[in-house]
Write a protein that binds this ligand. Structure first.
Ligand code: F3S
Length: 293
């Protein structure tokens, strides 16, 4: 009998799930609705939202007098002001864990600390956090960037929620030499790490692993890499249509995990398609029984 198992924490994290649900609810209520940038990085979800009339925009002028969803990554404070000035109704889906980082940035910026954000300066979450404090802020992506941080009296350091603990430890250790007073807030979110841990656990115990998520999604690529370490027959797919059915058909235990931007309905479609393998096996067995009679 074929056993299909889904890894714990596969797919959307809490913050993305919340943003997605609130967007779907809002679409039922408002005629004209936009998201501030793509809600998540998944082509299938984006086209589904577009079909519902929800479009991604970053130029607020184009959203005038409409409703704007703020995605889980959050936005700089001034964008709220700009939206107000343009009569835009904001539905704020900033993840509560990201809001916590923004509030730290705001509070310590006001207290006169130099803020250091460990993360990718181009990532919308980091751009958002930056926009919650005064000008005295540095974004550090690797040890190399530390040269640009001057020696200061007081530094407050926070993390982009998806960085690794290794990067956090490396950078904060070096920052200790840069300030007389160092306030550290490890704001890494556990969701990514837990998803990876459960992927590894499942990959160790199955005949094949299916990793579902965008080909460009870096967290899905990472999951695939982890999976491959423990299970040679690991496959990265975007949708159920790409399942390697031939390779799976003689196996008994198949594991599934999915990246942070993969919705449950894509995972379900994959499970349903793989359940066909079991049906084929059953049909084959009944045929054999018939022949033997
Ligand atoms: Fe997701 Fe929020 Fe964590 S968006 S990764 S639950 S910070």
């Amino acid at each position: 009998i074929l056993k299909i198992e889904v890894a714990k924490n596969a797919g959307f994290c809490f913050g993305v799930k919340k943003a997605m649900n609130e967007t779907i609810e809002a679409a039922k209520k408002y005629d004209s609705i936009y998201t501030y940038g793509p809600l998540i990085h998944n082509n299938q979800v984006i086209s589904k939202l577009e079909n519902e009339g929800i479009k991604a925009k970053e130029d607020l002028e184009e959203v005038k007098n409409s409703t704007l969803i703020i995605r889980s990554h959050g936005i700089p404070l001034r964008v709220y002001e700009d939206a107000k000035g343009l009569d835009i109704e904001v539905i704020d889906c900033t993840c509560p864990f990201v809001r916590k980082v923004q509030n730290i940035a705001k509070e310590y910026g006001k207290k006169g600390y130099t803020l250091v954000i460990i993360g990718n300066p181009k990532h919308p979450e980091v751009i958002g956090i930056r926009g919650w404090c005064e000008d005295n802020v540095y974004v550090v992506e690797s040890s190399k960037d530390l040269d640009s941080v001057p020696n200061c009296e007081k530094i407050c350091v926070v993390a982009q929620t998806t960085i690794t603990h290794e990067l956090w430890n490396d950078i904060t250790n070096e920052l200790k030499n840069k300030a007389n007073e160092l306030e550290m807030f490890n704001t890494i979110c556990a969701a990514t790490k837990e998803r990876q841990m459960h992927c590894a656990e499942l990959a160790k115990n199955v005949d094949a692993m299916i990793v579902i998520g965008g080909y460009h999604s870096s967290n899905t690529q990472k999951l695939y890499k982890i999976s491959k370490e423990y299970c040679d027959k690991s496959y990265h797919i975007e949708t159920a249509d790409e399942l390697p059915m031939k390779e799976l058909k003689d196996l008994n235990r198949i594991g599934i995990t999915a990246g942070a931007s993969t919705p449950d309905w894509i995972i379900k479609e994959a499970i349903e398609k793989m359940s066909d393998i079991q049906q084929e096996k059953n049909d084959m067995m009944s045929m054999m029984e018939e022949i033997e009679k």
